[in-house]
Design a protein around this ligand. Structure first.
Ligand code: HEM
Ligand SMILES: *[C@@H]1O[C@H](CO)[C@@H](O)[C@H](O)[C@H]1NC(C)=O
Ligand SMILES: *[C@@H]1O[C@H](CO)[C@@H](O)[C@H](O)[C@H]1NC(C)=O
Length: 405
């Protein structure tokens, strides 16, 4: 049985992969960066869009949909692929279509590399969203953080990190299936099981640590990460209407509490012990290549110039470990989609049986190449759950498809 309702409903939008929302706060920055404005922009037409009302702008148009972002699809039918609209006082461009999205994210990526200044994001990261990997503006700090991560998040095929990941995934899958087998088909909520398995893959891979299914502190940490994941995937009117914030004070305090508890867990169960052993030269062989080691090396090594403080290293680690929520929630959704489509299940099973000799060995990451159908099912699930969770903010005047605001 699958508990779909727990998953952020904002992730349900089937079309959102085609829709990138950009908050373009050109006004705020225009004066500052007038010199950077590209010649000729003044003559470009503004994108069409709905009428704007005082205070709310066109925010009311996002109401009445199961997911607010679904409104963008209807608006695109009316106004075309590039829509200009005010959300609260934020001037926004909503961009549809692959080529236009590529323009924003790639070709002109440097023009749109900021992230919105939502109060919620500050709350989740100790008052400063620049502590976050996903909600920060582009900066030298971010550059360092991303470079340190690359080897871990994109391990080349056949590299030792890649095969380590394979082993951790196989270990957790074995653990998960034996737990599920032990239920003898009794009703078992699958989400907590998947959350635990994914969280352990992440902590094993990034921190060289795994935790028992009955570990209460780990369980609570997983729930805290999940709460944050749910929160960041919600659209919230107060993001665009800051005068609504006083009505959200309880929610804001709750968010702070989740991130504080996560910090306590990371310190008590991952960092403190490692740091102490590291200082005594007692880091184990398999720990010496993990992400925790890379972070600690950076902050502890006296030689390097420190762009990353101890605090920002911890935030980065928490962010990355928190990525398990995205994967586990995707898997819950993917299983839900597949559960209602027996013919899809059947084809996935045939591929898996072929790849593993009817289950004679566990699946590995390399099997992906011989399982194109399963690969496509996963990609389709990602397409169906994606939401424009992290709008981009422009740092200068720019244009998309000849339209400018
Ligand atoms: C199915 C799983 C996932 C989905 C659908 C997803 C979706 C997204 C989306 C839509 C963005 C915004 C991209 C942009 O605006 O440029 C994003 C950014 C990001 N995600 Fe994920 N994500 C997933 C898994 C993960 C995982 C597992 C991690 C961490 C291990 C992660 C870490 C990040 C980070 C750090 C960013 C910010 C990237 C940057 O701006 O440099 N995500 N994700
Ligand atoms: C953690 O424990 C609570 C209560 O026992 C349970 O409801 C929740 O599903 C568990 N979460 C995970 C991820 O196991
Ligand atoms: C978070 O809230 C819970 C319940 O209100 C409380 O027991 C706990 O001490 C709080 N944790 C932190 C770190 O503030």
């Amino acid at each position: 049985m699958i508990q779909l309702s727990i998953v952020s409903y904002a992730l349900l939008s089937a079309l959102a992969v085609l829709v990138a929302a950009l908050a373009v706060d050109v006004y705020r920055r225009r004066r500052m960066q007038a010199k950077q404005a590209l010649i000729g922009h003044e003559e470009l037409p503004a994108a069409p869009g709905p009428r704007s009302w005082p205070l709310i702008g066109s925010l009311h148009l996002l109401g009445g949909y199961e997911v607010p972002y679904a409104a963008f699809t209807d608006l695109a039918k009316k106004y075309g692929p590039i829509i200009s609209m005010n959300l609260g006082s934020q001037k926004c461009l909503v961009v549809n279509g692959l080529n236009n999205i590529k323009d924003v994210l790639v070709t002109k990526g440097a023009h749109f590399d900021g992230r919105p200044n939502f109060a919620r994001f500050h709350q989740l990261f100790c008052g400063d969203k620049e502590n976050s990997l996903a909600f920060c503006d582009w900066s030298d700090l971010q550059k360092v953080r991303r470079e340190m991560l690359r080897a871990h998040t994109f391990p080349p095929t056949f590299s030792s990190r890649f095969s380590q990941l394979d082993i951790f995934v196989a270990d957790e899958m074995r653990d998960l299936t034996s737990r599920l087998d032990a239920t003898n088909g009794a009703f078992t909520p699958i989400k907590p099981e998947l959350m635990h398995a994914c969280a352990n893959i992440f902590t094993a891979y990034f921190c060289s640590k795994r935790f028992d299914r009955h570990d209460a502190a780990f369980n609570r940490t997983i729930d805290n990460f999940d709460s944050i994941f749910y929160e960041v995937n919600q659209g919230c009117a107060a993001d665009f209407l800051p005068w609504l914030l006083p009505f959200h004070s309880k929610q804001m305090a709750q968010m702070k509490n989740w991130s504080h508890e996560i910090r306590e867990f990371m310190e008590n169960f991952i960092i403190n012990d490692r740091l102490a052993r590291r200082r005594q030269g007692l880091v184990a062989q398999d720990e010496s290549t993990d992400y925790v080691e890379a972070l600690l090396e950076h902050v502890e090594d006296q030689q390097t110039e420190k762009l990353l403080t101890f605090d920002s290293a911890l935030f980065a680690l928490e962010d990355i470990v928190g990525g398990h929520s995205a994967v586990a929630n995707l898997l819950v959704k993917a299983l839900g989609f597949v559960a209602s489509r027996p013919e899809v299940q059947e084809r996935v099973k045939i591929e898996a049986d072929l790849a593993t000799g009817n289950g004679a060995r566990p699946l590995t990451l390399q099997d992906r190449v011989t399982m194109p159908y399963t690969d496509a099912v996963i990609l389709e699930a990602i397409r169906m759950i994606s939401s424009p969770i992290v709008p981009h903010v422009s740092n200068q005047d720019s244009s998309i498809a000849g339209k400018m605001r």
